[in-house]
Every structure is written in structure tokens, then in C-alpha cells.
Design a protein around this ligand. Structure first.
Ligand code: MG
Length: 393
């Protein structure tokens, strides 16, 4: 048992929130707002939104604030420096904040940008509650080795579910992992009709309330692809033993299959407040007002993913199996593709084409064992993917 798990419930949990103005961050602050006696806010960081960060800091009085892209233009430096908190402003601020002594760093940064802060928090000995799946996809075995003595608490809803099902079991008993996917807004749509799907269609998620990046990744199934790689590293399970099923109701979030044929599933009303509060308070639970899991007159369905249409999922399995820089390249190309799609630069089905072409062009980058090598592969892939946008239009 580590120190935190025996801490009395009356001791507030000291929390640092990275990405406090985003979807994860604002929901985390909602949880803290409804349980003020359970938390003490150490720090808040945002990417660009100085105004909202300032408002949050005035309400929650953290010791530190950080604005990653703060400059005179967005008023970042001035308004934050007038607060009753120490301010970090500019590139690397979130990583700086992540080092400040705290019980848990909730990383809700979007995309590859979250990796540096995860590494920084782990190196400083801080526990990480991780909503930034890209940290594990790109950081892989290297990041997991930094978390050897200080396990990461997953906040991705599926991985939080699996983490809860797996706890206390010996790895030799585990025969597989079940990852559920909602299927996004297009699961039943004919391939022909997807050709002209625009951003508004792709962002209309049927069951989850998430940020733009995750919602779009959910429509392409890349979200599940990244989560397969994330699960492989977090739980040490081979890719062949990770099964993805489409579960339209989004009530069963994941499960663990055992040697004897039993599967333990985790179910709840779909709300990110559950994995967020569990990640911040682990191993304790609080009521986050999402209600009990519905059982009266409901049906649960499980379907095979349509890998011929939504090709991002098989591409992610392939990149994950190849290892090395391939998951880094997959992730970077996806971030470029998502942006290009949102700006109208490529069609919905070309997202997978762009990622595939970038993976095919990747040279051997060697092992990904530090920030420098990982950043080099990421930068190469971004440039290459941007160059190939014209080829897939
Ligand atoms: Mg998820």
C-alpha cells in the first residue's frame, strides 16, 4: 500500500490540473466545486485562454498558474501576474508547474503537447492522473518506465474502467482486455455517404461530451486506435489480446478477461466526471451526481468494428505492433489530419489515407527513449503529413 491509499478521507487531496480550461479541466473543477473539503488546488495551467484561467484562479486560489502560450498579445503575462499566485508564462510552463510538489497531477492537455508535462511530473515524483492518452501512445515503454514506482492512474474512461477491473489481480491470470467504442456518429453510415461528411457531422457525438479532438478521433475510430496502444502499455497486455467492440450505449466502458473464461466488466452512466474524480481521489470515490447505472429495461449491444470503413483502428494496431517511432508518427499524422479535416483541407475518409501514407514514408528513427528522440520523430511526421495533404485530397 502506498502512502496515499491510507490517507484519511478528511485530508484534502492536493491537485494540480494541466489543461484547466479544456473539457477535462473544467469537469475536474466542477468535481472540486461540489466537494471543496476534499481538494486543495496546487496549480492550474492552460494553453491559450488567459481570461478563463484568470477567472478560475480567482475562484479556486491555486498556489501556481501557468499559461503555455501566454504573451502580451493575449494579455497572459499581465493579468496572471496580478493574481495572488506564482505565475509561469510561456513555452514549457505546464512542465514547470507539473514539477511543483502535489499529491496528483491531472493531465488534461490535448495531444502530443501533453507528453512533456507527464514526463516532468513523473520525474519530479508526482503521481499522474492521465487523461492525455498521447503521452502513453508517443512515450510508450519509456514513459511507463518512469512510472514504475509511481503508477499512472488512467483517466481515459475505458482505461479507468479496466484499471478498476484489473486491480489486485496477478498479471498471469489475465488473458485479455476488452475496450468498448461508442462507434461515434457514423457507425451505421454507409461508406458512400461518409465521403462528404463535414466537421459538424463528425462532431455530433451520440453519447459522450468531450473536447473537439477526442470527438473527431471518435468519429474516425482513431480514438480507439490510440486507446489500444495506451492499453497495451498501461496494462502490459499484447496487442493480440486487446479486443475492441462497438457498444452503442456507452455504459460498459471496458473489461478484463481472465484465464478461467470469466470477464469482469465496468459499467456506469457515460460521464467523464467519474474517471476524473477517481483519478484525482484514487482509491476513494465521491458522488459526482451522474446517478446510478441504468438497468431497468435497457439492452446492451456489442458489435464488431467496421475496420474496412474506419481504417484508423487497424492502422493503430499495426503501428503499435511495429513499435519504435511508428506510434509517434501515427499520432502526429493524426493530429495534422484532424486539423486539416476541420479546416476543410481533406475529406473525412482521407484522414486514414494521410496517416497511412505518413507511416509508409517513416524512416528508422531508432529507439524512443527520451524527449529528444520522440520530439524529432513527431516533428518529422508533422512536416511529412502536411506535405502529403495535397496527395490525399
Ligand atoms: Mg476514452
Amino acid at each position: 500500500m502506498n502512502e496515499l491509499s491510507t490517507t484519511s478521507q478528511t485530508t484534502p487531496r492536493r491537485v494540480t490540473i494541466l489543461g484547466s480550461t479544456g473539457s477535462i479541466g473544467t469537469q475536474a473543477l466542477d468535481v472540486i466545486r461540489s466537494h471543496p473539503d476534499r481538494f486543495e488546488l496546487v496549480g492550474l495551467s492552460a494553453s491559450n485562454n488567459a481570461e478563463m484561467l484568470e477567472k478560475q484562479a480567482k475562484e479556486f486560489s491555486p498556489e501556481f498558474v501557468a499559461l503555455e502560450n501566454g504573451d502580451a498579445k493575449n494579455g497572459g503575462s499581465d493579468s496572471l501576474r496580478n493574481l495572488d499566485a506564482e505565475a509561469f508564462v510561456g513555452s514549457g510552463s505546464a512542465s514547470e508547474l507539473a514539477k511543483a510538489p502535489t499529491d496528483v497531477v491531472l493531465n488534461g492537455v490535448v495531444g502530443f503537447a501533453g507528453l512533456a508535462a507527464t514526463v516532468s511530473a513523473l520525474e519530479a515524483g508526482n503521481r499522474v492522473a492521465l487523461a492525455n492518452k498521447e503521452s502513453i501512445v508517443a512515450g510508450g515503454g519509456w514513459v511507463m518506465s518512469l512510472a514504475k514506482d509511481n503508477p499512472i492512474i488512467p483517466v481515459d474512461s475505458e482505461h479507468s474502467a479496466i484499471f478498476q477491473c484489473i486491480e489486485g489481480r496477478d498479471s498471469s491470470e489475465i488473458s485479455g482486455i476488452l475496450l468498448t467504442a461508442s462507434g461515434g456518429p457514423f457507425f451505421g453510415t454507409e461508406k458512400g455517404k461518409l465521403a462528404d461528411a463535414g466537421p459538424e457531422d463528425a462532431l455530433a457525438h451520440p453519447t459522450w461530451s468531450m473536447g473537439v479532438k477526442n470527438t473527431l478521433d471518435s468519429a474516425t475510430m482513431m480514438n480507439k486506435g490510440l486507446e489500444v496502444i495506451e492499453a497495451h502499455h498501461l496494462f502490459g497486455v499484447p496487442f493480440d489480446d486487446i479486443k475492441v467492440v462497438v457498444h452503442r450505449q456507452s455504459v460498459v466502458h471496458g473489461g478484463v478477461m481472465f484465464e478461467d473464461g470469466a470477464t469482469i466488466l465496468h459499467a456506469s452512466t457515460p460521464s467523464m466526471k467519474l474517471p476524473i474524480s477517481y483519478g484525482m481521489l484514487y482509491p476513494e470515490r465521491v458522488d459526482v451526481s451522474v446517478g446510478a447505472t441504468p438497468f431497468d429495461g435497457v439492452s446492451w449491444t456489442f458489435d464488431e468494428p467496421r475496420n474496412d470503413v474506419f481504417r484508423c483502428l487497424p492502422l493503430a494496431y499495426e503501428a503499435g505492433r511495429l513499435g519504435g517511432a511508428y506510434p509517434v508518427v501515427l499520432n502526429a499524422a493524426n493530429e495534422v489530419a484532424v486539423e486539416a479535416f476541420l479546416e476543410g483541407g481533406i475529406k473525412f475518409l482521407a484522414v486514414a489515407d494521410l496517416i497511412e501514407k505518413t507511416l509508409e514514408a517513416a524512416p528508422d528513427f531508432g529507439a524512443m527513449e527520451d524527449m529528444e528522440a520522440t520530439t524529432a520523430a513527431d516533428s518529422w511526421a508533422r512536416k511529412e503529413a502536411k506535405r502529403k495533404v495535397k496527395e490525399v485530397q
